[in-house]
Design a protein around this ligand. Structure first.
Ligand SMILES: [Zn+2]
Length: 197
């Protein structure tokens, strides 16, 4: 798994049950992602996380002309990572959707605390192969995976660590089909744990 990295997409309180834009069973990805974090750390591979990080007046929100309820406003509890998610102490976080008109669906729209975009950061670190899990399958995971493929990364979707919004029934299944058609691989924790190095 040389050149591999784990990318955890938007496992934030507002996207979990009890949040303002909850994904059904969104919190069920947490223990599985913790298993992936352990696995990647054991192999000495980096872990990254993205987060929605909107301003209160974002046009992404229904009240301001968008389609979504207010969620993941900078500095609020709802924007915090799920408390059960065991992110490593040196995790690099990429924030997205910060501009007033930005949807920020893709983690590749995100920047780290120094303003470095995800793609540039991964290339600098020699990452060629990203493993993606988190929320939500049919939005931020989907956009992140398609963007990663378009930017030349090998991308694996961690199918046991994603859950979808499903505005329309079947959106998540359709998103997985679309990602595979675009060139993504699918994997589970059990199957990755079987890989020696
Ligand atoms: Zn958002």
């Amino acid at each position: 798994m040389k050149g591999a990295a784990l990318l955890i997409v938007d496992v934030q309180n507002d996207f979990c049950p009890g949040g303002s834009l909850p994904v059904a069973e969104g919190d069920e990805v947490v223990p599985v992602l913790n298993g992936y974090v352990t696995l990647f750390r054991a192999k000495g591979l980096p872990v990254f996380a993205s987060r929605d990080w909107h301003q209160a007046d974002s046009r992404h929100f229904r009240v301001n002309g968008g389609i979504w309820p207010v969620h993941c406003v900078q500095g609020t509890d709802g924007a915090g990572f799920h408390p059960g998610l065991l992110l490593p102490h040196d995790v690099v976080v990429f924030s997205k959707g910060m501009g007033p008109g930005e949807e920020g669906y893709s983690s590749f729209d995100g920047v780290d605390e120094n303003g470095i975009p995800l793609s540039a950061f991964l290339k600098k670190k020699g990452v060629e192969n990203i493993f993606v899990g988190g929320l939500a399958t049919d939005y931020c995971v989907r956009y992140t995976v398609l963007d990663g493929l378009a930017k030349g990364f090998a991308v694996t979707v961690l199918v046991d660590a994603i859950r979808g919004v499903n505005l329309e029934p079947g959106d998540s299944e359709e998103a997985v089909r679309e990602m595979v058609k675009a060139g993504a691989f699918l994997a589970t924790l059990e199957c990755l744990e079987g890989i020696p190095q």
